[in-house]
Design a binder for this molecule. Sequence first.
Ligand SMILES: Cc1cc2nc3c(=O)[nH]c(=O)nc-3n(C[C@H](O)[C@H](O)[C@H](O)COP(=O)(O)O)c2cc1C
Length: 200
Amino acid sequence: MLTFIFRVLLVLAIVLAWSSGSPQNSMAQDTTIQLPAPEKTGGMPLNEALASRASNRSFSPQALDDKDLSQILWSAFGVTRDDGKRTIPTARDRKELAVYAVLTTGVYLYNAENNTLTLALEGDFTKKYANSPLTLLYAAPDNKFGALHAGSAYQSVGLYCASANLANVVKTTGADELKGQLKLPDDYQVLVVQSIGHKG
Ligand SMILES: Cc1cc2nc3c(=O)[nH]c(=O)nc-3n(C[C@H](O)[C@H](O)[C@H](O)COP(=O)(O)O)c2cc1C
């Protein structure tokens, strides 16, 4: 009897050890990307960035590195102060904007507080967005402030792109490309998208 109980316990221990290292668990870790801390100094002088901001519609297939990715997302909606306030102002300080990054590995939600990306939708959807290696989707609630917040964010990113000599274009065409597939917070909708990459 004791041998039987021992065998059952041994099997249970093996199953538990296997499941804690199973692909499902390692997937859970891979669904979060930790970005490097954004650089808060340097870059092109503001007047030069304003003078050179422009839309570009041709992208190199070369992926952006994590440093650029971090800087772009921080420009869009990153934290700038200890109280959690952002690179852009938001009405009533309610921070009602969700920024998603479409990468070849999936669509990720930007979490500004910890500077991470969390997988929101698996799959490569970059071909829906002119094959640019990065497209930001700006989603906001359906109220009078949403488009204003998205506009502030894409202008910040446009200026960063000018400063870093990257291509970018803002489009309302394509805002509905992932409708029904990308689960958004209640009342949120994608208002506008911004494709970004090295110049093609
Ligand atoms: C809200 C908004 C929506 C836009 N939608 C599109 C679009 O659907 N397709 C497109 O090719 N360009 C789109 N654009 C880019 C504009 O055509 C572009 O900004 C304009 O031609 C001025 O050029 P510039 O950005 O180089 O100054 C959009 C720009 C904004 C701000």
